[in-house]
Design a protein around this ligand. Structure first.
Ligand code: ZN
Length: 72
């Protein structure tokens, strides 16, 4: 697994060997769900799902779609 951040990165795909920029998909984590529950009383339970800092970024190859890594 590669160390990646939350922004797309230029790298060589380990699967298809193309020099490409990764595609980032933001996915909710356990922390996102916990925050959502905490926000229910003030009707802001949707907030964690739109906050970039509370989600992990999954990187995939833009050429072949291979999974590359996930941000910590
Ligand atoms: Zn690829």
């Amino acid at each position: 697994m590669y160390k990646v951040g939350k922004e797309p990165v230029l790298m060589t795909c380990p699967n298809c060997r193309s020099a490409q920029k990764t595609v980032v998909t933001l996915i909710p984590t356990t922390k996102t769900h916990v925050m959502a529950v905490a926000f229910i009383p003030i009707l802001l339970c949707w907030l964690p799902y739109v906050t970039k800092g509370l989600r992990k970024a999954k990187h995939t190859c833009s050429v072949c779609g291979a999974y590359i890594g996930i941000s910590g």
